[in-house]
Every structure is written in C-alpha cells, then in structure tokens.
Design a protein around this ligand. Sequence first.
Ligand SMILES: Cc1cc2nc3c(=O)[nH]c(=O)nc-3n(C[C@H](O)[C@H](O)[C@H](O)COP(=O)(O)OP(=O)(O)OC[C@H]3O[C@@H](n4cnc5c(N)ncnc54)[C@H](O)[C@@H]3O)c2cc1C
Length: 316
Amino acid sequence: MKAFTWIEPEDLAAAMSAGAQEGALFKAGGVDVGDRLKEHLDEPATLVNIRRLRELDFVRSEGGMLKLGPLVTLATLASDARIREQARALADAAAAAATPQIRNAATLGGNLAQRPRCWYFRREDFRCRRKGGSECFAIDGQNEMHAVFDNDLCAIVHPSATGTALTALGASLLLRGPSGERAVPVEDFFVRPQVDVTRENVLRPGELIVEVRVPAGRRSGYVKLMEKQSFDWPLAEAAVALGDDPRVVLGAAAPIPWRARAAEALLRGKRVDDALAAQAAEAALQGVKPLQHNGYKVPILKTAVRRALLAAGGAA
Ligand SMILES: Cc1cc2nc3c(=O)[nH]c(=O)nc-3n(C[C@H](O)[C@H](O)[C@H](O)COP(=O)(O)OP(=O)(O)OC[C@H]3O[C@@H](n4cnc5c(N)ncnc54)[C@H](O)[C@@H]3O)c2cc1C
C-alpha cells in the first residue's frame, strides 16, 4: 500500500478544505475505503477521516421529513424508532446489509458512495472499462452476480441497499463542496454507464453528502434475497413505496437502483392485493436482458418485488 497522510479534521469546515486538496479521499466508517486501499484500487495522497464529525451525525424529524446525517450508521438506521416508523424500507434495507459488526461501523453516506463489488473491478490485474480500460470482462465472463438491466457497457450492480430504499422513498441528498451546496434527488445521484462508465455517482472532487432528506410516513417495504441468510450480498433486492407516486425499485439488478416504471404505472391508484402484487412483479421485469449466467435472477427479483409490495400493503 502506498503511504498517505492521515488527516483528522476538527470540524466540517476543516474537512472540506482538506478534502479539496488534490489526491484527497474522504473516509467515514472505512469499510469500503479500507478494502479499496488493500486492493490498490485507490492510492490517495491524504485520507480525510470524517468519522468523528459530530455535526454530520444526527436524526431529526422536521416538517414531514426525516433529516439524516451521513454519519448515521446502518445499525442506527435499522434500530431508530423514528426511522423504523417513518421510513420502514430504509430501516429494513440497513438491517439486512452485511453483518452486525459492519453495520456498527458503516455509515449512510459511505453506503451510498461505496464502489461496486464486481470481482473484475476489484482485482487490480483487470483493467476494466470502469477503470479506464476498453472492456467489461463480466459481459462475456463470470457474470452470475451481475446486472440484468442496463448491462451493455458495464455489468456492475450498484451495491447500496440504502440507495435502493431511498430511491423508492423519493429521498434527496444535500451535497456540499468547494463550489457550494446543491440538493440532488437520490435517483439523480446515481450515474448510468452510458453517461459516464467510470463513475457511479455525481459527487464532484471534494464534495460531501451532508444531509439525507426522506419524506416521512410513506408506506414502504424492502426485501433482500440472498444465498445465505447473513453476511451476504443480495442476489435480488426490491424496495417499494406506495401512495400517490408509487415506486418500485430493483437492487442487485443494474448499475444504478433500477426503477421499474411499468410496475409503478400498474400500481397507481390501486389497492395492493396478492393478484396485483404478482402482476406488478411480472411488469417490473419487463425489458430484462440477463447475461449468460444470471438468468436465475429474474424469478428471484419478481419474488422480491411481490414480497416487498405485500410488506408495504394497503392502497397504492
Ligand atoms: C462482507 C460485506 C457485506 C456487505 N453487504 C452489504 C449489503 O448487503 N448491502 C449493502 O448496501 N452494503 C453491504 N456492504 C457494504 C458496506 O455496507 C459499505 O461498505 C459501507 O456501508 C460503507 O460505509 P463506510 O462508512 O464504511 O464508508 P467508507 O468506506 O468510509 O467510504 C465509502 C466511500 O464513500 C465515500 N464517502 C463516505 N462518506 C461520504 C459522505 N458523507 N459524502 C460523500 N462521500 C462519502 C468515501 O470517500 C468512499 O469513497 C457489505 C460490506 C461487506 C464487507
């Protein structure tokens, strides 16, 4: 591992100015950053440790919104009564991610900005398209864990469970960087390969997620299906939110949390029952394009959608 300077900023202002320096990388819980350093994916000149910035660690309920600091851990997201009551899909997504130890360290901001787990991307000996090369090795290679939608250029799946849930909930992010502050809907935070195959989100150099805003009180559900019941990444995920603007979002399915718009259209104005949930699950997989080894995901994704809808229940 290449040597780097460790910076322990006193406050957000100091973190922002350290993060604006060439070669700086922010570290929150360090779960993903630690792996990336060991895998030689990143060789920062400085690591800016934001983990102890108390001003980024909060849960507030204000004006029909839950306002969450990016340093809230997955363990807190899973257990905080306000989050569980007001944004159940988010609480369930956090509760199902990784392991108890990881959830105690991993933060919301880091979960959203983590990099993909594609085994070709993570291995330094593969210079894939996402790392500036000319090829996606997964498209014709070992692609059983890869995307079934939007997989023409790069077949990663976005790894963030909270991203899937927050997209369903219609949340937005407040970003702060060297050129000021901007609010971005979560679904516009993620970047499709056709827009820029080398990045997963719109964060600019030195920019931090400083707040996550979640509309409170929507009926929502999240389901994750995996090979083993703990310590595992999803084979399929679905998050849904009901109400005037029903949303159905697939995870472990595409390079971004994938909105299933045909399913959303079917749900509008209707009460969810078993039959409608099954119909919406079929519609959610319209246009699916599995690769050679991941066709098994299609029925599993349908099951995840159906179960998430039934978990959310009631009128759509
Ligand atoms: C065995 C295992 C299983 C896992 N299973 C799952 C799973 O099922 N579902 C799932 O969602 N995740 C899973 N994870 C991933 C884990 O949840 C993430 O690695 C973790 O959430 C990252 O958070 P962190 O705080 O440690 O981020 P860090 O590692 O500190 O940072 C990750 C990235 O985010 C950036 N960053 C951090 N905070 C901010 C911020 N506020 N603003 C802008 N950028 C920021 C950093 O610069 C870095 O690029 C798993 C991980 C492991 C090791």
